[in-house]
Write a protein that binds this ligand. Structure first.
Ligand code: HEC
Ligand code: HEC
Length: 337
């Protein structure tokens, strides 16, 4: 009996070595397919209504209702292969730009700035956006090449380096303060408040760098979190309201592309409730809070946080308050989920 047992153990050990060699070889492919299926889920929730399940034109239910330019064909290998992974990432994770000619933002020749393509920079983690890019690659039959793990490690290293610099600067400040106090004591004078001002300034600089490195590292694997939105001051000086709501209307279309998902009158997308009667239906303070940070009220909403500044959110809120279509003219549309 004993012999059989040990023979069996030897055989088992051999089989295990074989299996682990296989797993090591397949590890990378396994990670890749996990990343792609994670990306597929996110794409289904955040992208598919506009871009379609396979990335094709007129496939997503919102495609036909959108203003021009309509979402391009993500399954077109020839065109999509001309974009680097980093470029796709940058499109999905950017700051929105006011595309109004002349009064809007400066936009570079090669810069992607279509307002009706939302940003997900303020909604998803960096890792999630890379997973989405990995999935988008499969729509046109290629693969993500970008070293996502390397990026993660890079951010961790940067954080560690920033922490070290901070600790050193703090020690330097403490040493300078101690020295100043000792010298003052020798002279029998009051300690000079400005003696360590250079070290204080240096510490403030590296403290900011450390904050930035911490945020970058945290936003890699966790969705961005923001402080809860303070109660806005929505009072407007008499005579200012029309001007401000005009700015709001401009930002609504030309910067944040709210019309990609929402309808006013006959124009706009059908991902979300129509806003024709927003001025009657919705409380302005609530609207302001919602558009600044939708995920704080509904974590899984399809409406991304578009990174509105306080000023922009105020103008857009005032614009929505002017939308008061009669209920007969246009029945309310419900969001389709
Ligand atoms: C509200 C509709 C809408 C949603 C939601 C949306 N897109 Fe887009 N997307 C557009 C429009 C409009 C364009 C601009 C026209 C074009 O270039 O296709 C665009 C363009 C793109 C492009 C091409 C960029 C370029 O440089 O030409 C990519 C890639 C893309 N979207 C990926 C995504 C991904 C990934 C998601 C989900 C995380 C997403 N989109 C969500 C509407 C949308
Ligand atoms: C990618 C699509 C999308 C974009 C872009 C978008 N929204 Fe939304 N929005 C939604 C969805 C979906 C809802 C429904 C909320 C839910 O149940 O998740 C919503 C809800 C709202 C509501 C509440 C409506 C109601 O009747 O309850 C307001 C107000 C609103 N959005 C304003 C805006 C504004 C202003 C912008 C531009 C700054 C904007 N949205 C951009 C998808 C979008």
């Amino acid at each position: 009996m004993r012999t059989t047992g040990s023979v069996r153990r030897v055989w088992l050990a051999g089989a295990l070595v074989g299996v682990s060699a296989l797993v090591a070889g397949a590890g990378c492919a396994l990670f890749q397919s996990e990343q792609v299926s994670k990306g597929q889920k996110l794409y289904g929730h955040y992208c598919m209504h506009c871009h379609g399940e396979h990335g094709r034109q007129n496939e997503g239910y919102n495609w036909g209702s959108m203003p021009d330019p309509r979402p391009k064909d993500l399954s077109a290998k020839e065109e999509m292969s001309t974009f680097k992974d980093e470029e796709l990432f940058a499109t999905v994770s950017r700051d929105m730009k006011d595309t109004t000619p002349e009064v809007g933002d400066k936009i570079g020749d090669d810069e992607f700035a279509v307002p009706t393509m939302p940003t997900f920079k303020y909604t998803l983690s960096e890792e999630e956006i890379w997973a989405i890019v990995a999935y988008v690659r499969t729509l046109h039959g290629t693969k993500l090449q970008y070293d996502v793990d390397g990026r993660k490690k890079g951010l961790q290293d940067q954080l560690q380096a920033a922490q070290q610099k901070y600790d050193q600067a703090k020690q330097a400040l403490e040493a300078a303060e101690k020295k100043a106090a000792e010298e003052a004591k020798k002279k029998g004078a009051e300690s000079d408040d400005d003696a360590a001002s250079k070290e204080e300034e240096a510490l403030a600089v590296v403290a900011k760098e450390l904050e930035r490195a911490k945020t970058a590292e945290a936003n890699f694997s966790a969705r961005p979190k923001f402080a809860s939105v303070a109660r806005p001051d929505l009072t407007v000086k008499p005579g200012q309201a029309p001007k401000l709501s005009d700015v709001g209307r401009r930002l609504y279309t030309n910067k944040y592309g709210c019309n990609a998902c929402h309808r006013v009158g006959e124009a706009g997308g059908i991902v979300a409730p129509a806003l024709d009667r927003a001025g009657f239906r919705l409380n302005a303070t609530w609207v302001y809070r919602w558009i600044k940070y939708p995920q704080s009220m509904k974590p899984d909403t399809r409406m991304p946080n578009l990174g509105l500044s306080d000023q922009d959110a105020r103008a857009v809120t005032l614009y929505l308050a002017t939308l008061r279509a009669s209920s007969q003219a246009k029945p309310l549309e419900k969001a389709s989920n």
